[in-house]
Design a protein around this ligand. Structure first.
Ligand code: PA5
Ligand code: NI
Length: 187
């Protein structure tokens, strides 16, 4: 008997593009990110429909034991002196972790625990980021090309965007040509 070989989804590592699979896509624009960037005037000055990031996900089930697999493509850019970034979130099921893999571009992964302690990991092609449970996470593009990162997380994890009413404790900005992580007072 000749076995039949199932064709799995394929990811092009260099671009982060999926092929041969049904995808769910979501774009997040400047207008979708109020109160995220520090400089509100600079945020208002940007076109409301300017895309900050797109997420492409393999269509999967949110059931126990299943996984979501998605790629975030975060455009280069700044609001004032603050680099473009994702909204960032805790998981609704706080104990659930996630793994990120850098594919292209350069940036930072901002991680923050429930005590409000923040740290930054460098993201680059081939970087692997183990995000433990109880840890909020946000991608930041500090380069001048698209930052693409693959993420795999449990179907049951969910997103909790409301859990950081004060925002993250660190902001990443460019000052005098340097990339700086700045502590936020009452962050
Ligand atoms: O599951 C993840 O952590 C990612 O796929 C993010 O959802 C993605 O990077 C977009 O970020 P956010 O959900 O914070 O808008
Ligand atoms: Ni997540």
């Amino acid at each position: 008997m000749k076995p039949s070989f199932i064709q799995p989804p394929q990811l092009l590592w260099e671009s982060g593009a999926f092929s041969s699979t049904p995808l769910v896509q979501k774009s997040t624009c400047i207008q979708d990110l109020p109160d995220i960037f520090a400089d509100e005037r600079a945020w208002h000055a940007l076109p409301a429909d300017q895309v900050v990031y797109c997420v492409e996900m393999i269509d999967s089930s949110p059931a126990e034991g299943e996984f979501y697999t998605g790629v975030t493509h975060l455009n280069p850019g700044k609001v004032g002196n603050e680099f473009f970034m994702t909204r960032g979130h805790f998981h609704a099921r706080r104990e659930q972790g996630e793994v990120y893999f850098g594919l292209r571009g350069r940036g930072l992964l901002l991680l923050q625990n429930e005590a409000g302690e923040a740290r930054l990991e460098e993201v680059f092609p081939g970087s692997v980021h183990i995000i433990p449970g109880f840890t909020a996470h946000r991608l930041i593009n500090t380069g001048d090309e698209i930052l693409s990162a693959l993420a795999v997380w449990p179907g049951v994890a969910g997103h909790d965007y409301a859990a950081l009413p004060q925002g993250f404790a660190l902001r990443v900005v460019e000052e005098n040509g340097e990339i700086m992580g700045k502590e936020v007072q009452n962050g």
